[in-house]
Design a protein around this ligand. Structure first.
Ligand code: ADP
Ligand code: ASP
Ligand code: MG
Length: 413
């Protein structure tokens, strides 16, 4: 008998039939004697639908009102799932994030969890009830509703698992685990039996949305046993682990992440003098625009071209800021490109292997793909390329790093 936190994502509760399916599944776990806390997302497409509704009323609604609106999606699914469980003779109670209570800071739309009061949940569990909690939301000190950022139900689940010291946090979704790359893009993608927290964190932050970044951070920090599984198919899924052995046996590259969320801007002919980088990036961050990759080069004429990437949603605003910067610095011109993509190879094995980046660049070159920006860290190499080559690049890298193949099992002698 174990205490399990089980999170079901948007597609897994995307219709009444699926909600019934989830209820059957949860009831099955109860019958095996486990205590269950369920976290659910809004029905698939609902959060986007709510965002569209808001857009029709006000172009820039206050983040507070957006949170009041967006949190309603999850409130529907907790009630429906609890009803479905009660209907099956499996007692259940639903709670919004605020009721649980999940206390967050006041950064609406991207709030951070500060404290969870798990007493309500314990009382229900002791009384033999399934606790059904709305993912993605909490409340701040003043009682305002907050949300945790897109994909935030994963974080709710991990945080509840940490607070309750659950035996496992299970993320049920529409794929049967974490794959070497997005299985919807590369047919040969392979499910990983295990992946280290470190690699999962890189994969998530570089675009693999199968888990929200903060959920992985939280699980690593509080030592939560985290597993990704398919909602409606049996299987072992993928265990996210700190197991040193997994790291030791890891192939050089464990996975490939990518995203289409970025845009690139370049300020050309900037005088190459001290302080230029901060004079460019200062106004950008003052406009609340986050910068990801940065490249600066020096030309013979003592001027420099300065390139950086931002989230695509911030592209137009960034261009406006660049215009000001150009005038102030006396730079020659600026331009930008929205049609870019970032592709990254990730693997703890890179630490002990040389030549990984070169192999990546050769593979891209042999497909005629031009690399626009490169950035590396100890366990990843990322490149920016034209968006139209994204799928080709991911497939080529998947094959060159032999990710389609089952890893060779070490035989002990
Ligand atoms: P949920 O609604 O259950 O939270 P998400 O859509 O957020 O589900 O995440 C699951 C999706 O993540 C999959 O459908 C898959 O397309 C995508 N994905 C991206 N990268 C990976 C990967 N490396 N392994 C598995 N799935 C991935
Ligand atoms: N419903 C929210 C979203 O679509 C949170 C989640 O599903 O995790 O981002
Ligand atoms: Mg998700």
């Amino acid at each position: 008998m174990a205490l399990l936190v089980q999170k079901f994502g948007g597609t897994s509760v995307g219709s009444l039939e699926r909600i019934q399916g989830v209820a059957d599944k949860v009831k099955g776990f109860r019958e095996q004697g486990h205590d269950i806390v369920v976290v659910v997302s809004a029905m698939s497409g609902e959060t986007n639908r709510l965002m569209d509704l808001a857009q029709n009323i006000q172009k820039q609604p206050t983040p507070r009102e957006m949170d009041v609106l967006l949190s309603t999606g999850e409130q529907v699914t907790i009630a429906l799932l609890s009803m479905a469980l009660n209907e099956r003779g499996c007692p259940a109670r639903s709670y919004t994030g605020g009721q649980v209570s999940i206390l967050t800071d006041s950064s609406h739309n991207k709030a951070r969890i500060k404290k969870i009061d798990e007493e309500n949940m314990r009382a229900d569990l002791d009384a033999g009830r399934v606790v059904v909690v709305a993912g993605f939301q909490g409340k701040d000190e003043q009682g305002n509703i907050t949300t945790l950022g897109r994909g935030g139900s994963d974080t709710t689940a991990v945080a509840l698992a940490a607070a309750l010291k659950a035996d496992e946090c299970q993320i049920y979704t529409d794929v049967d685990g974490v794959y070497t790359t997005d299985p919807r893009v590369v047919e040969g993608a392979r499910r990983l039996a295990k992946i280290t927290f470190e690699e999962m964190l890189e994969m998530a932050s570089l675009g693999s949305k199968v888990l929200q970044i903060r959920a992985v951070e939280f699980a690593g920090k509080y030592d939560v046993k985290l597993r990704v599984l398919h909602s409606f198919q049996e299987g072992p899924g993928t265990l996210i682990t700190i197991d040193e052995d997994v790291a030791m046996e890891s192939p050089v590259v464990s996975g490939i992440a990518f995203n289409r969320d970025e845009a690139k801007v370049t300020i050309k002919g900037v005088p190459d003098i001290p302080g230029v980088a901060s004079r460019i990036l200062g106004p950008v961050s003052a406009a609340n625009i986050e910068v990801d990759m940065i490249v600066q080069n020096v030309a013979d004429d003592r001027t420099t071209d300065f390139t950086f990437t931002v989230h695509r949603n911030d592209y137009q605003r960034t261009l406006e800021v660049c215009k000001q910067i150009c005038d102030e610095l006396g730079a020659r011109e600026y331009d930008g490109d929205e049609k870019i993509a970032k592709v990254s190879i990730v693997g703890v094995g890179m630490r002990s292997h040389a030549g990984v980046a070169t192999k990546m660049f050769q593979a891209l070159a042999s497909e005629g793909i031009n690399i626009q920006i490169i950035s590396t860290s100890e366990i990843k190499v990322s490149v920016i390329i034209a968006e139209k080559y994204l799928e080709l690049a991911v497939r080529a890298l998947h094959s060159v790093f032999e990710l389609d193949r089952e890893p060779v099992q070490e035989v002990e002698v």
